[in-house]
Design a protein around this ligand. Structure first.
Ligand code: GAL
Length: 337
């Protein structure tokens, strides 16, 4: 018999559902999946969810998406409710590693449901601890290295970017949410790539803007206030595009990056959001690194479907390579003009 956790205080669920088609063939039974997303204020994850929903729709399946609002209790309640409502697989974008553990505990005691973690990687121990656990993401160090490539290439072609001609490129680093692997690894690989570069960089400040546009705009303006303006700022690197675009918004409000070549500060992001790619085309950002949410969503959804049906999840059935037996890493891609 299934053991259910029934402390169901489910409040304020932001539920989006792709309903099963009204008329299914007499044989066809729509599958029922649930996704839990750490926050609804994250632009990249919103795009990711749109892709998940379109794959569910294409398959004629039902996918209920809950946003946990960065609140662990909400995330747990939403997962419990999903199980009670008969979800056949859980797609989990966990708030923390420990909430990942809760998803596994719940799935394990409810008929060994598949748990597919996406985008925020739980610990290796946790991933190994459950036979029906998977992870779909990408290698965050790769994106940091790609940012360095984009920056080096740009600066080698534009020596005038050293606007104060002190032989160093003074930069501001906008970091994502503290402690999550994407923030930590993107930052580490960026900083070590910069050290290995023939160009000399000087980190003027490293501030967390929590993946968010408005926060990035605010901290960039704060930086300008503390540093007598923007004269010594020669580069902005952001752990994601939404922050890169927030910084750009502030720079533009100060007359930078609007067409005057003497007032240009190169900015680089990560994600390949449509707005960022457009900014790269327009020349207001120097580049971004595509974090391919659509491919990740397609693979995550396919794993959910295969595992829920008790089918083998391998290179042949999935059409993607699994390392460690249960992890898929989708490559990043550099985008420049
Ligand atoms: C990253 C992405 C960020 C943010 C973050 C959430 O992969 O680049 O924009 O969505 O995940 O953990």
């Amino acid at each position: 018999m299934r053991k259910l956790h029934t402390s169901l205080l489910v409040s304020a669920l932001a539920v989006a559902a792709v309903s099963a088609p009204a008329l299914l063939g007499s044989q066809a039974v729509a599958a029922n999946y649930a996704a839990s997303i750490y926050s609804d204020g994250d632009v990249y994850m919103r795009n990711y969810v749109n892709s998940l929903m379109s794959y569910a729709k294409e398959n004629g399946d039902r996918l209920v998406v809950n946003y946990a609002n960065e609140d662990l209790a909400q995330e747990m309640n939403q997962l419990e409710l999903a199980v009670v409502r008969g979800a056949e697989a859980l797609i989990v974008n966990p708030i923390t590693t420990s909430s990942g553990a809760y998803a596994i505990e719940l799935a394990c005691s409810n008929g060994e449901l598949p748990v597919i973690f996406i985008n925020r990687k739980p610990s290796d121990e946790l991933l190994k601890s459950y036979v029906n656990a998977y992870y779909v993401g990408s290698d965050p160090s790769e994106s940091g290295r790609y940012q360095v490539d984009i920056i080096n290439q740009y600066l080698q072609a534009h020596p005038e970017a050293d606007r104060n001609a002190d032989g160093e490129i003074g930069y501001l680093l906008l970091q994502g949410e503290k402690g999550v692997p994407d923030t930590v690894m993107r930052t580490l690989s960026l900083e070590s790539g910069m050290e290995a570069s023939p160009i000399t960089f000087k980190q003027l400040a490293k501030v967390s803007a929590d993946w968010k546009f408005t926060e990035a705009s605010r901290v960039t303006s704060d930086f300008a206030l503390r540093n007598n303006g923007l004269d010594n700022l020669e580069l902005i690197v952001a752990n994601n595009d939404d922050m890169a675009l927030g910084a750009l918004d502030y720079l533009q409000s100060q007359g930078y990056n609007t067409g005057n070549p003497d007032k240009f500060i190169p900015i680089v992001g990560i994600d390949g959001l449509d707005r960022a790619v457009k900014a790269v085309e327009e020349g207001t950002l120097i580049g971004t690194v595509k974090n391919d949410f659509d491919t990740q969503a397609r693979i995550a959804f396919k794993i959910a479907a295969l595992a829920a049906e008790g089918k083998s999840v391998d290179k042949t059935t999935l059409g993607a390579f699994l390392y460690n037996g249960n992890e898929v890493s989708v490559p990043y891609l550099k985008i420049t003009k």
